[in-house]
Design a protein around this ligand. Structure first.
Ligand code: FAE
Length: 515
């Protein structure tokens, strides 16, 4: 991303400091915490409205190639760039034949993917300028209209589907895989096989839109473009092909001349000061050393640190007395979007192919169990005979976050099992119809289903409960939630299009009414 001279001149003292700077105070009319989907929408719309805005992001800016010439490392050769301050990678798929092939020791570093481990639930999140867009599978799904209305009973559904979902799809550059490419590509043999097996069980499949450019992917396959999706890159970042927020919303925000992004800046506390808010901010270097402790004040504060980050900041503020009037609903309504991963075993005459695109494009629907199961790749470079799925089950199970004073962290209370039960029903039927079984060597612990980690954390500051109907936090003026914390635990499909569209809707009203 390029920073314009104008943007630099408009920057607060904060970003102009050298790496050895110490405690400073600065003020910005608006601060956005985080730089994922909701935060990026806020940054762009604030910048366009002429409001000087500072974006504080705890992760790195991912634009500088390492010694290997690549910004991101691949999934088959993870290094210190892969994960957020871990001694060993924690990939969701452990390996095959009970061998932990996917994981290896790494140097502790501000890598791009984090797994935040709670009792019974590990949550994967992106860390960096662009948040989850840097690491996700790019699946860009507009939710079913009736289910969206059920989850958001107070939101004008017609306005969402006529205006804000189309806007989000356009801004994120959502595109569709051409049918002829899908049917002909060796890299989607694994998907076509799963489609055949689903059809034998009476289930329909449908294509899943994506923000990965299928034009780029076709050129990768023809050898005309560098390989990324076809080179086993996704959860530790795509070096090519995927349209991430730092190329879209955030670049546009910086180009307004009003928005400055401060990477490696983690907000640790939020309190009231004057008529606005004061933030405690720790700046680190990429190896985790503290560079400076900062005090940043603002008139308006937009929390876009994701379901985990935003909920933790609010809970800490409420329970330590920094913002004592925050509502009891903060921390409530959390869910993993019914995420379950499943591994099936194929017959020897049904290879999945050793060439697999890292970008999923097809999903199985089981309406009777409310399961939407994406056919996921195992791009191991060898034939594994594994069919892998990310199932998303609509259900009402919710957990909650509580503040733990001993560790000063938010702790998740979660005990769900509905999603795994539903997914078992779907995949038992697929196995019965094909004479196949499960694989127990993929997730560790001998399990065929993994519902103890998720990619889609949602909730904690739910729209209409912890906030009003546009994300204004109850009890405080000019304090907003703009991210996945607003979504009540389940949306039935991959969530980033919903998070983006909802943020667009909320910002449109906030900028009209709260000036
Ligand atoms: P998010 O994108 O998580 O951004 C929050 C940002 O805030 C991050 O950059 C954090 O580093 C930063 N942050 C947190 N706390 C602080 C703090 N205290 N101070 C400063 N910065 C902070 O939030 N979704 C889909 O729709 N389709 C997919 O294909 C898909 N695949 C996924 C694959 C993986 C491996 C993962 C991890 C997620 C996937 N998701 C997918 C989920 C999607 O990325 C996620 O729902 C959104 O990124 C959430 O957007 P938010 O704006 O809520």
């Amino acid at each position: 991303m390029t920073i314009t001279r104008r943007a630099l001149l408009g920057a607060s003292a904060l970003t102009l400091l050298g790496p050895k700077a110490h405690a400073t105070t600065s003020h910005a009319p608006a601060v956005v915490v985080g730089s994922g989907y909701g935060a990026s929408v806020a940054a762009l719309r604030l910048g366009q409205a002429g409001i000087r805005t500072l974006v504080l992001e705890m992760g790195q800016r991912w634009d500088t190639p390492g010694p290997d010439g690549k910004v991101f490392c691949g999934m088959l050769n993870p290094d210190h760039r892969s994960m957020w301050f871990k001694d060993r990678t924690e990939a969701p798929v452990k390996g095959i034949l009970f061998l932990d092939l996917a994981n290896r020791p790494i140097r502790r570093h501000a890598g791009v993917l984090d797994r935040v481990n709670f009792a019974g639930m590990g949550v994967y999140v992106g860390r960096g300028v662009g948040g989850g867009s840097l690491v996700n599978g790019g699946m860009a799904v507009t939710p079913d209209r009736e289910y969206f209305a059920r989850r958001f009973p107070t939101v004008d559904v017609a306005e969402m589907y006529d205006r804000f979902f189309p806007l989000a799809n356009k801004m994120l550059r959502v595109n569709h895989i051409p049918g002829h490419f899908f049917e002909a590509s060796e890299h989607y043999r694994f998907s076509r096989l799963s489609r055949t097996h689903a059809a034998r069980a009476g289930f329909d499949t449908g294509f899943v839109p994506n923000v990965y450019s299928f034009d780029h992917m076709a050129r990768e396959e023809r050898g005309e473009a560098p390989k990324s999706a076809l080179g086993a890159e996704v959860i530790y970042g795509n070096n090519h092909g995927k349209f991430t927020l730092d190329q879209g919303y955030l670049a546009d925000a910086v180009a307004t001349g009003n928005v400055t992004i401060a990477p490696l800046h983690q907000v640790t506390r939020v309190a009231r000061e004057g008529g606005g808010y004061a933030l405690s901010v720790r700046e680190i270097d990429a190896d985790g050393r503290t560079v400076a402790e900062k005090h940043v004040t603002c008139d308006r504060l937009f929390l876009g640190a994701g379901s985990l980050g935003t909920t933790e900041l609010l809970l800490r503020a409420r329970d330590t007395g920094d913002l004592p009037d925050l509502p009891a609903e903060v921390g409530e309504g959390w869910g993993p979007n019914g995420n379950v991963m499943v591994a099936r075993n194929n017959h020897l005459w049904d290879p999945t192919g050793f060439l697999q695109s890292a970008i999923p494009t097809l999903a199985i629907t089981d309406p009777s169990r409310e399961v939407f199961a994406e056919i996921a790749p195992v791009p191991a470079g060898v034939e594994t005979y594994v069919s892998l799925y990310l199932a998303i089950n609509r259900n009402e199970e919710r957990g909650r976050f509580v503040y733990d004073p001993a560790t000063d962290r938010a702790v998740l209370r979660w005990q769900g099992s509905a999603a795994a039960t539903a997914a078992t029903g779907t995949f038992d039927r697929i196995n019965d119809a094909n004479g196949t079984g499960y694989r127990h060597d993929v997730f560790g612990g001998g399990r065929a289903f993994a519902d103890d980690f998720c990619y889609h954390p949602l909730g904690g500051a739910v729209l209409g409960r912890a906030t009003d109907d546009h994300g204004r936090v109850k009890g405080y003026r000019n304090l907003y939630v703009t991210d996945g914390a607003l979504v009540p635990g389940s949306i039935g499909v991959n969530p980033f299009v919903t998070i983006t569209a909802l943020a667009e809707r909320n910002l449109a009203t906030i900028l009209r009414e709260d000036r």
